[in-house]
Design a protein around this ligand. Structure first.
Ligand code: ZN
Ligand code: ZN
Length: 318
């Protein structure tokens, strides 16, 4: 609590001084107490590192401009020039090691993302993926169990996917057919260099909903930082998370976070819920639970008629 208090004393005036260089410098060296990041501090810290690192790598050498047939020695030489122009010195300790690591990574990113055409999803790959799930396929991100109709459709058999009567307002999956269809998902996005359909380690089955919101994002900060609002028929103006935040947490979760609960994603669908139910749905206030452990279950699932024009973006105070 003491850490939190001294943090609050500095950060509150900082909000008003966001355009003041000196005040901002003070904030930069301020450590963020664990309490602010909640139980999700591992995710919030790790994802920030991905962002900073990807900016750093791209600042050394803009590999998006490289031609498809660029050779490894050319990349190595560009990375060296980039490091020198950035202000590093060849006599710096570990310069060569840093240079080599960045060159290798950059070359990998170029050769994996350039000039590739997407492979076509064949019937036999689809069959292999259904087989791999032992005939009970589910979304690797949210644990949603696919219906027989979805499996038929995926297997090119004529079928109609029934849309559910009730929709979870928090993550509005099932408003359209695509949400419940089986799609093949590249864990590491194809456009970011992830392996394509023949790389079975990089592909998983996923519901159309999760696939759509996961898109090419990898970090929780990639999605819009604002919260959304849903006009709930009982509780009124209610905050809901950016779908991607929920997707990122669901993808990393193995099961329900409730102590002593044994519900695992291989067996059941998972949901995100608020840690503190009178707080907003920020990434620091979300947890993954099974259906049984949703706090206000009665309010969560609403008839389809409640979902027309009820979502808006909410302004944040900063
Ligand atoms: Zn899903
Ligand atoms: Zn549970």
């Amino acid at each position: 609590m003491e850490n939190l208090f001294s943090y609050i004393e500095k950060i509150i005036p900082g909000i008003n001084d966001a355009w003041d260089r000196e005040k901002i410098s003070d904030l930069a060296i301020l450590n963020t107490p664990e309490a602010v990041l909640s139980k999700n501090s591992f995710l919030l810290n790790a994802d920030m590192k991905f962002i900073w690192f990807s900016w750093f790598i791209e600042s050394i050498y803009d590999y998006h401009k490289a031609s498809d047939d660029i050779s490894y020695p050319e990349v190595v030489s560009s990375v060296r020039r980039g490091l020198l122009k950035t202000g590093f010195n060849e006599s710096d300790q570990k310069f060569n090691e840093v240079w080599k690591s960045i060159s290798r990574l950059t070359y990998k990113l170029i050769s994996k993302s350039s000039g590739r055409s997407r492979e076509h999803l064949t019937r036999s790959t689809k069959y292999d993926l259904i087989e791999r799930s032992k005939g009970a396929p589910y979304c690797w991100i949210c644990g949603h169990r696919f219906s027989n109709e979805s499996i038929d459709k995926f297997s090119n058999i004529d079928a109609e996917i029934k849309l559910p009567e009730l929709i979870d307002y928090f993550l509005q999956k099932g408003l359209k057919e695509r949400d419940l269809k089986i799609e093949v998902e590249h864990k590491m996005p194809f456009i970011s260099g992830g392996g394509d359909l023949s790389d079975l380690d990089n592909i998983e089955l996923c519901c159309g909903f999760c696939n759509r919101y996961k898109w090419k994002f990898i970090s929780i900060y990639d999605a819009n930082r604002s919260l959304k609002t849903f006009i709930h028929p009982r509780t009124g103006n209610t905050s809901i998370p950016q779908p991607y935040w929920a997707i990122r947490m669901l993808a990393l979760a193995e099961g329900c976070s409730e102590p002593n609960c044994t519900a695992k994603k291989e067996k059941t669908a998972l949901f995100v819920d608020l840690i503190n139910d009178i707080g907003s749905a920020t990434p620091t206030n979300l947890k993954v639970v099974c259906k049984k452990h949703l706090k206000n279950r009665g309010d969560r699932f609403l008839g389809r008629e409640h979902f027309e024009n009820r979502n808006t973006n909410r302004n944040s105070f900063i």
